[in-house]
Design a protein around this ligand. Structure first.
Ligand code: PLP
Length: 346
């Protein structure tokens, strides 16, 4: 049986055009400073392009989303500082790098959220009562099913944070999915946000990497933090060029992934013993709640063995399906049929 892999958009492979673009990149030693940049012309060009696209002064390539978030947090904060986040925000729950004692020792002040949007009263209280150095947000919000923070919601968070002179960092791992859902350009969506990290290695299909964007001064400091973390790579322009190609050629097609996730959700939401909160199906992630006898990993194992569908564990009560460039309309139709058949017998 043909496997339909809906675990994650991180399984995307580079296109042959992207690989061609990579090998012609004008690379050099990015660790050797030449002004504010390194000697790698391709990396400098990709960083210039991403800064302009996001309406920020400067940009920096980093090897992963986790490093991008960590570099940003540690550029804004030092060990012992406090930062606002949520119990299930990716930076806090999955990465942990910045927020653990054995990591960078930033203290998390946890504020409740719904669909990735902070409880505004709780956020106001948190920033007034604590000596907060950073407010973190995530767009799209992975563990709530890829929900989107709207421009209005971001503006509310910015107003509360900036009133206390606290910077805001956005984990925009899937910011192009958010922008597509809102039909908005990323510069407008991220306006006023002090730092953003976004991944090119997810729905955008590049093999490796993320960019962070922010002010000239922020990126200058972040470059040093990246070096300390071991994230300063040499002929990095090969990777940065893949990211540039991905943004320029593959970011607009991401709306298709959002549409296909919606079709998948509509097709399975009333299947036996599962449910989908359709309000959370806003981008390319479908979070499914399990109510039957099989839970979490057992449900996933049986689904793959019996129906050749791969999905991803969230908790014992929830799994997720993710769409990406390799998933076509016919895969969605097929996946819906197989998931429904599976639910009928479990
Ligand atoms: C919301 C979010 N932020 C950050 C990351 C980390 O990215 P990476 O796997 O490149 O470290 C992920 C990865 O899945 C993510 O979903």
């Amino acid at each position: 049986m043909r496997i339909i892999d809906l675990r994650s958009d991180t399984v995307t492979l580079p296109t042959s055009e992207m690989l061609q673009y990579m090998i012609q990149a004008d690379v050099g030693d990015d660790g050797r400073a030449r002004g504010a940049k390194g000697e790698d012309n391709a990396a400098a060009a990709a960083e210039k392009m991403t800064a302009e696209l996001f309406g920020k002064e400067d940009s920096l390539f980093v090897p992963s989303g986790t490093m991008g978030n960590s570099v940003c947090i540690m550029t804004h904060c030092k060990r012992g500082d406090k930062a606002v986040t949520c119990a299930n925000m990716h930076m806090y729950k999955a990465e942990k790098t910045a927020f653990t004692e054995e990591g960078f020792g930033v203290k998390a002040v946890l504020v409740p959220q719904k669909k990735g949007f902070y409880d505004m009263e709780a956020l106001k209280k948190a920033v007034k009562e604590n000596d907060i150095s950073l407010v973190c947000i995530e767009n799209t919000y992975n563990f709530e099913g890829g929900t989107v923070l709207t421009r209005e919601q971001i503006e509310e968070i910015l107003a509360i944070s900036h009133a206390e002179e606290i910077p805001v960092h956005m984990d925009g791992a899937r910011i192009f999915n958010a922008a597509a859902a809102l039909d908005m350009e990323v510069d407008r969506l991220c306006e006023g946000v002090d730092s953003v990290q976004f991944c090119v290695s997810k729905g955008l299909s590049a093999p490796i990497g993320s960019f962070i964007v922010g002010s000239t001064e922020f990126i200058r400091k972040a470059r040093t933090v990246r070096k300390q973390m071991g994230g300063q790579l040499r002929q990095v322009g090969l990777l940065a060029a893949a990211g540039q190609y991905a943004i320029e050629h593959l970011s607009k097609r991401i709306a298709n992934d959002n549409r296909r996730a919606r079709q998948l959700a509509e097709g399975i939401c009333d299947a036996k013993d599962i449910s989908v909160d359709m309000d959370t199906v806003q981008t390319n992630i479908v979070k499914v709640d399990l109510h039957g006898r099989l839970r979490g990993r057992d449900w996933l194992k049986a689904l793959e063995e019996e129906q050749g569908i791969r999905a991803h564990y969230i908790t014992d009560d929830a799994v997720r399906f993710v769409t990406y460039r390799g998933i076509k309309d016919e895969d969605i139709t097929e996946a819906v049929n197989r998931i429904r058949s599976f639910c009928d017998v479990h």
